[in-house]
Design a protein around this ligand. Structure first.
Ligand code: CA
Length: 654
């Protein structure tokens, strides 16, 4: 007899065992139905417990229903009952947590039946994710729940917790606004949180734990991480707190984006998925060995129908139950294109404004055929989904893996086309020479909304550390000019801008590249720096205000970018200048505009720029940024000082 698991990748298996219905602990006031997909199991027993970490379990055998689904209905109100499954496959019995568990006990060792109605904060029913007209209207800010408030000087009461982001009027050193108030003051539209699903390695049972992790060690995909809760022992509490946080942020105009990591699980052989259907959830090589395209020990076989379903169900659950505004896919290149497109399609049924973007690469060799991978080079096949623009990231500041390597802002002479590529939003534009772009020699985005422009993220050196390492000849004032220019490039580029928390006041991780498990002292947002570098903060704040005010920087599609954005010819590798023109038909804009000129002068000397017409108002220079006039330019020439970005608006508009 052919062993069933050898058929896992086959269509035959899919036809026999694909189950389209709801799975998990399906709660009703008077009964709960437990459904687990385990087609290779010979026995499945539900174990219920009074608590998430101790107490004696009660066994309830499940019955095999159709398509490999095991079922049991228990009477009564089971809200708050914890549970696991004992699954027997090929004579081996193991206890596992339901992959569909929506609540879990401490450290995610048991699932919990939950009546989600009881977890809703006041007014939750009426609350909606903040409106977003087009994805490139978003200004994304990447932060970690613990980092943002754990500084002893943050002025936030619930340090390191979800609730920390619900606190208003919090002040740090010198009275600077912190936490939620800081995000509002800065003006971002979306908060991208490093993983908040239940991850493995931080001990939730110790409330005073100093353990730290970014969270790329997934354990339970549909439950929240407990170490960010004030009571990780009660599975209901973290759900309430998280909803409270989403609601407070949303009421202040900030949507929440989740960093999701369905590409691998922390455990492999002993993961819940592998205990329940051994071998099904992960890709294997010809010898049956798990492959490691994630670099973390395994990779999910997203192309298999019940893996795909699990991912789509999970995304839909977060989007609907928690009113999430976007998803960031870690190692998106490990997903198959079809799965990504099906996620997009599913999200569109709720709200097409929900953003999807990811890393268009893998973390190692994967057996999934390249033409099926959701790689950056395949973005043309994934409308409505964006990829991180590492071409421009490294073009701005130099290669992330080579600390001495410089980019445009810190003086390199190879980086201009890579930066221009981000300025046009990663699309085809006749003035960008794609052969000069550092990694991608073809424009991989069909639309600007498919490009996420950034200069730093949680990985690798912060921009400030990169500058310290790459241009040790430059003094602090010079490096501040470079950091300001990086922000100016990102926030005046087409596509979706992405900021790493704290870069607006020169975040440092003291030269650490990979701080995923390092102490708070390295990872925390140090609010004293906001006071110390307040002018840099104000500069980024002003750039955000500029971007929001003028539709010029958020052109709706590739055609409009090609039509309205023109680079100036005749300047060397160290100077980029372009105009944006609002010719008929005029684009709508919060602030009307006819013509805008942006000049990034990365030269080490002042440069005269010939403008397309006379009469301009300067709104961004090396010192300040915003929408207020800083100077007038009456003729058609302007001198832009060394290492400064200037933005000029035609004087009729301002
Ligand atoms: Ca956890």
């Amino acid at each position: 007899m052919v062993k069933l698991h050898s058929l896992f990748p086959s269509l035959e298996f899919q036809e026999r065992f694909h189950y389209a219905g709801e799975l998990g602990a399906i709660y009703h006031k008077h009964q709960t139905t437990f459904k687990l997909w385990a087609p290779t199991a010979t026995e499945v027993v539900l174990i219920t417990y009074p608590s998430g970490h101790n107490g004696i379990g009660h066994a309830h055998p499940l019955t095999l229903d159709k398509n490999g689904v095991w079922v049991k209905t228990l009477p009564g109100d089971l809200h708050g009952v914890y549970y696991t499954y004992r699954v027997t496959v090929e004579g081996k019995t193991q206890e596992a947590v339901d992959p569909y568990a929506k609540a879990v006990g401490v450290n995610g060792k048991r699932g919990m039946v939950v009546d989600l109605e009881r977890t809703n904060p006041k007014g939750w029913g009426r609350f909606q994710r903040p409106a977003l007209q087009q994805h490139q209207d978003a200004i994304i800010y990447e932060a970690h729940i613990r980092d943002i408030s754990i500084d002893p000087a943050s002025g936030i009461h619930f340090k390191g917790k979800y609730l920390g982001l619900t606190e208003q009027n919090t002040k740090g050193p010198g009275g600077v606004k912190t936490g939620l108030d800081h995000l509002k003051e800065l003006g971002i539209t979306h908060l991208h949180l490093l993983p908040v699903y239940d991850f493995y390695t931080v001990d939730e049972a110790d409330p005073s734990t100093k353990e730290y992790n970014w969270g790329y060690d997934p354990h339970n995909y549909n439950a929240l991480e407990g170490s960010y809760s004030i009571d990780p022992f009660n599975g209901e509490v973290r759900i309430k707190e998280f909803k409270e946080m989403v609601k407070t942020l949303g009421e202040n105009g900030i949507g929440v984006i989740l960093d999701v990591v369905y590409n691998h699980t922390y455990l492999t052989d002993n993961s819940n998925l592998n205990k329940i259907v051994p071998g099904y959830y992960y890709r294997q090589d010809a010898y049956g060995k798990f492959t490691n395209g994630s670099g973390c020990g395994n990779e999910l076989a997203t192309e298999r129908s019940m893996v795909r379903k699990m991912i789509i169900d999970s995304i839909m659950y977060w989007a609907q139950e928690y009113k999430i505004a976007g998803f960031r896919f870690d190692l998106m290149g490990l997903y198959d294109i079809e799965t990504m497109n099906q996620i997009r399609e599913a999200l569109n049924t709720i709200d097409p404004s929900i953003i999807m973007y990811g890393e268009g690469w893998t973390g190692g060799h994967s057996p999934l055929a390249d033409h099926k991978k959701a790689l950056k080079g395949s973005m043309h096949q994934m409308p409505g989904i964006a990829a991180f623009n590492d071409d421009t990231r490294d073009g701005i500041k130099g290669n992330v893996f080579d600390q001495g390597n410089c980019g445009f802002i810190n003086g390199a002479n190879w980086a201009k086309e890579s930066v221009k590529f981000g300025i046009v939003g990663g699309i085809q534009h006749y003035q960008v020479n794609n052969h000069g772009v550092c990694y991608s020699h073809h424009p991989w985005a069909s639309e600007p909304s498919q490009t996420v422009n950034y200069a730093e993220a949680h990985d690798n050196l912060t921009l400030w550390d990169k500058l310290a390492a790459s241009v040790n000849w430059a003094n602090e004032q010079e490096r501040i000019k470079m950091q300001k220019m990086a922000g100016a490039i990102i926030l005046t580029s087409q596509g979706i801008p992405f900021l790493h928390a704290g870069m607006e006041f020169l975040r440092t991780k003291y030269g650490e590249y990979n701080s995923y498990n390092l102490p708070d002292e390295i990872n925390m947002i140090d609010w004293e720096r906001k006071m110390q570098y307040y002018d840099v903060f104000e500069y980024y704040q002003g750039l955000i205000q500029l971007r929001k005010s003028f539709s010029a920087f958020r052109l709706p599609n590739a055609e409009e970018v090609r039509k309205r954005l023109r680079f100036f010819d005749g300047y060397d590798e160290h100077l980029i200048a372009f105009t944006l023109t609002n010719e008929e038909p005029k684009l709508e804009s919060l602030h009307p505009w006819n013509k805008i000129v942006v000049v990034h002068n990365a030269r080490n000397f002042d440069s005269e720029i010939v403008l397309p017409q006379p009469d301009w108002v300067v709104v961004v220079n090396g010192k300040k940024a915003g929408i207020n006039p800083l100077a007038k330019v009456e003729n058609d020439r302007v001198i832009v000082p060394a290492r400064e970005t200037w933005v000029l608006i035609d004087s009729e508009s301002l």
